[in-house]
Design a protein around this ligand. Structure first.
Ligand code: FMN
Length: 371
């Protein structure tokens, strides 16, 4: 009898297939959303981005870099958007290239909120739950500048931003994306609503955990209704206090907030929940996973170095998640799946080129060759 590597009765490994939102993923390695600022002033993916994503098509699922849904929501100089027709056409070329190589791809939709700057978004409004700025500086067209004090969103603003997410998701699907990931992590707009430090509202969107989750639930629900829940994932990063002054420091409040969030999302039947956390195999992750009751993806963030093969293998084999989100190792190794599977050595990432606008440090990491 021939040996089978995908016996459905044996526990999954990192290299086992996974069914997610109706898609058949070839393995359980998910490329993390990674902002690489190579989309130029118009935010349109060009040949360089097409090649970068195509090179990485052997992961089970690619999640694109954070992509802005409206012009005002751009948070990084050189980031891509999905706000204009032209941007949709550019992304269509990326999706086609990935699909032609047998890959799957979700677009991460990211609204920067108060992490933006008028010198990044073309002088447009900077919106946030409350008029509370982030300490420190942000990289802009004119170098590093202090974060601005944002405008507190009105209820009309909130409704319009939900619509912006819906339009962006529709445009992504029309362009050929397999789905979208809503960015609810790392101190950007949706995370700002969840955070008791950034969200000081006293209306239906602020105060108790149940009110702070409302905007995120509204966005995810509206997008799921528009394009189908199986095409929608959400990324969260509870207690990621290293970014954007979100200051989620009270464990009871964190559990109440994120617990309520996943309870509200569970009935939607989303494709997945992706959690970035310093302890992705800890109690909080286990509880949120159990209450979410759908596909659960993990990433350990920036604690303890970049995700390693040993860590990823163990996390799947110990049953902590359905798939592992991998960032920097995939920046440096377009053929990471093949290298991990064969036990080959890895290229080292060059962080000084993470946010350069050139091919160097982007599409020039070599594939493995036997010398
Ligand atoms: C250059 C770079 C850009 C990133 N951009 C994003 C982003 O656009 N959206 C996001 O959710 N996380 C972003 N992250 C976080 C990664 O998705 C991931 O959580 C982080 O790199 C830790 O995983 P790793 O150890 O496997 O690299 C970024 C990280 C890096 C290094």
């Amino acid at each position: 009898m021939p040996m089978s590597t995908s016996n459905p009765t044996s526990p999954p490994t990192l290299f086992s297939p996974l069914s997610l939102g109706g898609l058949a993923l070839a393995n359980r390695i998910v490329m993390a959303p990674l902002t690489r600022v190579r989309a130029g002033a118009r935010g349109v993916p060009g040949d360089l981005m097409v090649e970068y994503y195509r090179q990485r098509s052997s992961v089970g699922l690619i999640v694109t870099e954070g992509t802005y849904p409206s012009l005002e929501s751009q948070g990084w100089v050189g980031a891509p958007g999905i706000a204009t027709e032209e941007q949709g056409v550019g992304w269509g070329r990326v999706f086609d290239a990935v699909h032609a190589s047998g890959g799957r791809i979700f677009m991460q939709i990211m609204h920067a909120g108060r992490a933006g700057h008028p010198e990044v978004n073309g002088g447009r409004r900077i919106l946030a739950p409350s008029a509370v700025g982030i300490s420190g500086t942000v990289f802009t067209e004119r170098g590093r500048l202090p974060f601005p004090v944002p405008e507190a969103m009105t209820s009309d603003d909130a409704r319009r931003v939900v619509e912006d997410f819906v339009s962006a998701a529709r445009r992504a699907i029309q362009a050929g994306a397999d789905g979208v990931e809503i960015h609810g992590a790392n101190g950007y707009l949706l995370h700002q609503f969840l955070s008791p430090a950034a969200n000081q509202r006293v209306d239906e969107y602020g105060g108790s955990p149940e009110k702070r989750i409302r905007f995120v639930v509204d966005v995810v629900t509206a997008v799921a209704e528009a394009i189908g829940p199986g095409r929608v994932g959400l990324r969260i990063s509870p207690e990621n206090n290293s970014v954007g002054d979100v200051s989620e420091t009270d464990p009871q409040d964190v559990l109440a907030t994120y617990g309520a969030l996943v309870d509200n999302l569970r009935p939607l039947g989303l494709a997945y929940l992706s959690m970035l956390h310093g302890k992705p195999t800890g109690d909080l992750a286990a509880e949120l996973r159990q209450r979410f009751a759908g596909k659960f993806l993990i990433n350990s963030g920036f604690e303890g170095g970049q995700t390693s093969k040993e860590q990823a293998l163990r996390q799947i084999e110990d049953g902590h998640a359905d798939a592992i989100v991998v960032g920097r190792a995939l920046i440096a190794n377009p053929d990471l799946v093949e290298r991990w599977q064969a036990g080959h050595t890895e290229n080292e990432p060059r962080p000084e080129l993470f946010y350069a606008s050139v091919a160097e440090g982007y599409t020039d990491y070599p594939r493995y060759t036997l010398n």
